[in-house]
Ligand binder design. Structure first.
Ligand code: EPU
Length: 341
C-alpha cells in the first residue's frame, strides 16, 4: 500500500481539473483495506477514485482518496459456451475489453474505449451502444467499510438502473473485483442495432466470423472518436448530463413543436437525448474562457485547459436552465460534483 500526502489529482480526473486531496492511498486488496479500517480511515471523509471519468472537482478534497491498483484477470469458470472472468477493480476497463476481444470472448466489446476502471463499471452501470455493465456483470466482490467484512452481491442485488446501482446509495462498499459473464465464439450474439453502429462497421464485416468482435470494437472506437473528445487531448467527463426519462405525454407535447425530436421508449416512459435538447438550445460549440460545449456532441462539457470545477458547474447550470425554459424538461448531471461550490 502506498500513501501520498497532499496529492494533486489533476491526472486522476478526465476533466483535468487541478484539485488536491489530503491523502492519496493506492490499495491492492481487502487486506490493505482492513488495515485502513483498523486505523480508523473510514471514520473520516474518504472516497474511491478510479479514472475520475465521472467526477468534477470544485475545490480540494478534504479527505482520503483511495485508488485500486490491482489488475489481475482470472477465469473462474470455463464451459463450452461461456466463461466467468474475475477482474480486479484497478484494471482499466478498456484493457480488459481488449484482452477479452483478443481471446474471442464476447459481451463487453460495445463498451470499448469508455474511460473507466473495472471497479467503477458496476457503480455507474456504464453503458454505450446498446450494452450496459448490467448485461455482463454477474457478481461484484466488495469490502464493507462499516465493519471491515468482505461480501459479494449478485447482479440482481446490485439493483442496476440507467447509470444507477445500489452502490450509489451504499457508499460504504469498496469494489474489490468484478465477475463478468462472457460468451465464446460462435455462441455470442452481437449487438449492432444502436444508432449508427452498424453503419460504422467495415464494408467487409462478417457477423459470423471469428473476427467479428474486433470489428465491432473498432467500429465503436471509431464512432466514439468521431463524437467524443479524447481525455488525453481535451478535458471532459463524457456525457455531462443523463438523458431524461419523461412521461409519454411530454414527448407527445414536444413532438407537436419538434416533429424530428429523437426519443426512445423505456417501458411506459420515454428517454429524450439531452444532447439533442442542448444542441437545439444553441449551446453546441459554445465557448467561454476555458470551458465550453464540445462542438461534435452537445452533451459533453469540456475544459480547454486551466478551467476550475466551479466554472464547468456554472456553465452546466446555465445549460440546464435554458433546456428547462425551452422544453420544460429538467436535465440532471451524470457527473458527480466533489467539494464545495
Ligand atoms: N444529438 C444531437 N446533437 C448532439 C448530440 C446528440 O442532435 O449534440 C442526437 C443524436 O443525433 C442522436 C441522439 O441525440 O439522435 C443521441 O445521441 P448519441 O447516440 O450520441 O447518444 P447520447 O444519448 O447523446 C448516450 C450515452 C453515452 C453513450 C452513447 C452511445 C448517456 C448520458 N450518454 O449518449 O455515454 O456513449 O449514448 O451509447 O446516456 C457517457 O455516459 O459518458 C457516455 C458518453
Amino acid at each position: 500500500m502506498r500513501r501520498h500526502d497532499n496529492f494533486q489529482l489533476k491526472e486522476l480526473n478526465t476533466f483535468g481539473i487541478s484539485a488536491c486531496c489530503d491523502q492519496f492511498i493506492e490499495f491492492e486488496n481487502e487486506s490493505d483495506l482492513l488495515t485502513l479500517y483498523h486505523e480508523g480511515t473510514f471514520r473520516n471523509p474518504w472516497m474511491v477514485v478510479g479514472c475520475g471519468a465521472n467526477l468534477l472537482f470544485c475545490g480540494d478534497y478534504k479527505g482520503v482518496v483511495l485508488h485500486a491498483v490491482s489488475k489481475e484477470v482470472c477465469v473462474v469458470e470455463d464451459s463450452a459456451e461461456s466463461l466467468l472472468v474475475r477482474v480486479d477493480a484497478g484494471m482499466i476497463l478498456d484493457d480488459f475489453i481488449a484482452f477479452s476481444v483478443s481471446n474471442g470472448w464476447g459481451g463487453v466489446e460495445n463498451l470499448s474505449a469508455i474511460p473507466c476502471s473495472v471497479g467503477a463499471a458496476p457503480v455507474q452501470n456504464v453503458g454505450a451502444y446498446g450494452v450496459e455493465a448490467k448485461n455482463v456483470v454477474e457478481r461484484v466482490h466488495l469490502f464493507n467499510t462499516n465493519d471491515g467484512s468482505v461480501c459479494s452481491l449478485s447482479a440482481a442485488e446490485c439493483a442496476f438502473g440507467y447509470r444507477e446501482s445500489l452502490f450509489k446509495s451504499h457508499p460504504e462498499y469498496v469494489v474489490l473485483r468484478v465477475d463478468f459473464r462472457l460468451t465464446k465464439y460462435p455462441f455470442h450474439r452481437l449487438r449492432l442495432d444502436y444508432g449508427n453502429l452498424r453503419a460504422a462497421l467495415d464494408a467487409n464485416f462478417d457477423e459470423t466470423s471469428e473476427n467479428a468482435l474486433s470489428g465491432v470494437r473498432e467500429a465503436v472506437c471509431r464512432v466514439r472518436d468521431s463524437k467524443l473528445p479524447s481525455p488525453s487531448k481535451i478535458g471532459s467527463a463524457g456525457s455531462f448530463f443523463k438523458n431524461p426519462v419523461v412521461e409519454r405525454s411530454v414527448v407527445e407535447r414536444l413532438l407537436e413543436s419538434y416533429p424530428n425530436m429523437p426519443y426512445y421508449e423505456v417501458g411506459d416512459q420515454c428517454k429524450i437525448p439531452a444532447g439533442w435538447m442542448i444542441d437545439q438550445a444553441g449551446w453546441k460549440g459554445f465557448r467561454e474562457g476555458c470551458v465550453g460545449v464540445y462542438e461534435k456532441q452537445a452533451l459533453v462539457l469540456v475544459n480547454y485547459g486551466g478551467a476550475t470545477g466551479a466554472e464547468v458547474w456554472h456553465l452546466a447550470l446555465r445549460i440546464a436552465d435554458s433546456v428547462k425554459e425551452k422544453f420544460g424538461v429538467e436535465i440532471s448531471p451524470e457527473v458527480i460534483r466533489v467539494g464545495a461550490y
